[in-house]
Design a binder for this molecule. Structure first.
Ligand SMILES: Cc1cc2nc3c(=O)[nH]c(=O)nc-3n(C[C@H](O)[C@H](O)[C@H](O)COP(=O)(O)OP(=O)(O)OC[C@H]3O[C@@H](n4cnc5c(N)ncnc54)[C@H](O)[C@@H]3O)c2cc1C
Length: 318
């Protein structure tokens, strides 16, 4: 990539995607997204197993305040995003990842590019990736979870404003352990496609068939409670699944199969940055930070944070 007037966005979650869309809309052409994963979406995550599909990150979306945005209207018109029978609750048809795939169709995305550090060299920023690529850019937006962004900054050689560091370092996320289960018979959940359990080790159950994620019936996503996840996060999946056996038998009966597990080190924020929806910490170059933790810890907040950092860039707030 030619570094001239280039903006590099680290993280292809919903906040990074909206930062990129907003910059492109304003006529900034040289925008490149990088993600460490093989796919786009970050916590908008969908996985296949045994002919079925599971959303194993974000479960549903409330977007009242964003309904009039053209990108959201297009997602709805294209049947990528749909309102459920519960008014105001939206889901990604065919899976949440599809939202990210749809929105990135016309964006430049480099996958399997994990940023390790940034070095300021002659007025440019040199990004060093795990795959040994070094790429120059003028400006950078880190939309990775703030803990990961701070790790990058710590290893970097850049000029930046350290006064915000203390409040950024205090930000935390809940850990979350996820189970993806195929049952032999459908469950009766409280709501049309999900059930929240405030008590016990499993705090949320979603029916991926009723949610229109899985074409095949009886595919359930279970999210473990923050307490259970915190205590057991370091254990292997076999031990975690064994510990939950009695709970799972109570929910599904004796016949069920755990097809997959996932651990989120950064799931939902525990606390939030309160001094703005995003922040530019760069003193020579634009070095923006955004993501859900800068707003309300949710999909709509992540979008607002991405738009906020793009607006700061466009206003040349350095
Ligand atoms: C289990 C779970 C359930 C949830 N349920 C809901 C819900 O019901 N409703 C709701 O509104 N929200 C929910 N959320 C929260 C929602 O998913 C997030 O608020 C939103 O997706 C965050 O978007 P983001 O862009 O800020 O971050 P992310 O989606 O985390 O995107 C950050 C991206 O940065 C990439 N990255 C990280 N480090 C690097 C690096 N060094 N180099 C390159 N790339 C990097 C990551 O791979 C990732 O793609 C849930 C989250 C989880 C995990």
């Amino acid at each position: 990539m030619n570094s001239k007037n280039s903006v590099s966005i680290i993280g292809c979650g919903i906040s990074g995607i909206f930062a990129a869309l907003e910059l492109k809309k304003a006529g900034i052409e040289n925008v490149q997204l990088f993600d460490k994963s093989r796919g786009v979406g970050g916590r908008l995550a969908t996985r296949r197993a045994n002919d079925g599909k599971f959303d194993h990150g974000i479960q549903y979306i409330k977007i009242d305040s964003l309904l009039q945005r053209p990108e959201i209207r297009t997602l709805i018109d294209n049947k990528t995003l749909a309102e459920t029978e519960e008014p105001g609750i939206f889901i990604g048809l065919d899976g949440m990842t599809n939202i990210a795939k749809f929105l990135t169709k016309d964006l430049n995305v480099k996958k399997e590019f994990k940023l390790l550090a940034i070095n300021e060299i002659n007025g440019s920023l040199e990004m060093n990736f795990e795959n040994n690529e070094k790429i120059l850019t003028d400006s950078i937006i880190l939309s990775s979870p703030i803990k990961q962004s701070l790790e990058i900054i710590e290893k970097s050689n850049i000029n930046y404003n350290k006064i915000h560091l203390e409040s950024l370092e205090r930000l935390e996320y809940y850990l979350a352990i996820i189970l993806m289960i195929e049952s032999t018979a459908p469950l009766n959940l409280d709501k049309k496609f999900y059930q929240e359990n405030p008590e016990g080790p499993i705090s949320f159950i979603a029916d991926n068939f009723k949610k229109n994620v899985s074409k095949k019936q009886n595919f359930y996503t279970l999210i473990c409670s923050p307490e259970f996840s915190a205590i057991n996060f370091e254990k292997d999946y076999a031990s975690i699944n064994l510990m939950l056996e009695d709970n799972l038998k109570y929910i599904f009966g004796p016949e069920y199969e755990i097809l997959s597990n996932h651990k989120w080190k950064y799931s939902i924020p525990k606390n939030f940055y309160t001094e703005g929806d995003s922040i530019n910490i760069g003193t020579n170059n634009f070095i923006g930070l955004c993501g859900d933790i800068f707003t309300n810890g949710r999909f709509d907040g992540a979008i607002n944070s991405g738009i906020s950092i793009a607006t700061k860039y466009l206003k040349n707030e350095i």
